[in-house]
Design a protein. Structure first.
Length: 320
């Protein structure tokens, strides 16, 4: 058999084997995607209830404080409230009161630990480098908490200050596994390592699309603080022991932990979706390549047979 036919057969066998591997990887990613999607949905519901409870507790205290000061209760005065006047110095005010002089900004960046996930990691890195430039232009020092080895290695090579690094987060992370990450981030914020913290990750929209998100995590600013929340709190008639401030001292860190965990879980979901799409594309390409190579093989065989028939006929004619 000519060398060209042997080479084509070897290529077809190799591509078929590669296609089997990418199809297996696609199925694994799809399984992990289903697991993280289910966990993400459940945790979103829990986190939303915690946020509403905190909003009502803080709103109740703020409204009572304004009434004690004989200040009109409206959106403007509520927005200007100094939480240290309401809760005093402590973790409650620290976690919800924006700092006046921002010197450094922390970014908890979630990337992957491996390749074969399409443009997932490159999109994270590209977006973050632009954000770092904007932050430096404002005179803020950039400090990165990197979750995922791809992002951590890139930032280090490009002289970005990585103050914390965590690699090897499992494909379907549990809260207990992520707890050291979020606890470290909160401690750094409270200890003044940075004055504000943003969580940067890829949000899972659906199996075919995702969106990069940058959300301010600390101080906590996504609370619904107002008169309506305070009234809703009173209508529910909570029994608070020992007092609202101590309850908030427990709830606020828990809310920050659960929100960051939710972001990491969301990012893992997007990573699995990207991996599944990339492996599906690779499998389809392998099938197309096998089809093209098979066509070339058939044509080569046909050409060989035609040549052999021609040679036989020519030999027969020569004998006559």
């Amino acid at each position: 058999m000519p060398a060209s036919l042997l080479e084509l057969k070897k290529k077809i066998a190799s591509v078929k084997q590669t296609g089997k591997i990418t199809e297996a990887m696609r199925m694994v990613s799809a399984s992990k995607l289903n697991q993280t999607e289910d966990r993400d949905k459940g945790y979103t519901i829990y986190n939303d209830h915690v946020r509403k409870t905190i909003s009502r507790l803080i709103s109740s205290q703020v409204v009572d404080s304004l009434r004690d000061q004989d200040v009109s209760i409206d959106k403007r005065n509520i927005a200007k409230i100094d939480y240290t006047d309401v809760f005093g110095l402590g973790i409650t005010a620290d976690m919800i009161q924006p700092r006046k002089n921002i010197k450094s900004t922390g970014f908890l960046v979630v990337s992957g630990d491996r390749g074969l996930v399409g443009s997932y990691n490159s999109n994270v890195i590209k977006n973050m480098m632009g954000i770092f430039e904007d932050e430096r232009a404002q005179g803020h020092e950039v400090k990165v908490l990197a979750v995922g080895s791809v992002g951590a290695q890139f930032f280090k090579k490009n002289n970005v200050n990585v103050v914390y690094e965590k690699n090897g987060v499992s494909d379907v992370p549990t809260f207990d596994e992520v707890l050291p990450i979020v606890s470290t981030a909160i401690k750094m914020f409270l200890n003044g390592v940075f004055d504000q913290l943003y969580v940067c990750y890829t949000h899972h929209v659906n199996s075919l699309s995702s969106a990069f998100r940058v959300e301010k995590m600390l101080p906590i600013v996504d609370l619904d603080i107002g008169v309506k929340e305070a009234e809703a709190h009173k209508e529910l008639e909570y029994d608070i022991e020992p007092d609202p401030n101590r309850v908030l001292m427990k709830l606020l860190p828990q809310y920050a932990r659960s929100t960051i965990y939710g972001a990491i879980l969301d990012a893992k979901t997007a990573e699995h979706a990207s991996s599944m799409t990339a492996m599906q594309s690779a499998t389809d390409n392998a099938k197309d390549l096998v089809s093209n190579l098979t066509t070339k093989l058939n044509r080569a065989r046909q050409a060989q047979i035609t040549t052999e028939i021609t040679e036989i006929i020519s030999g027969a004619n020569a004998l006559e």
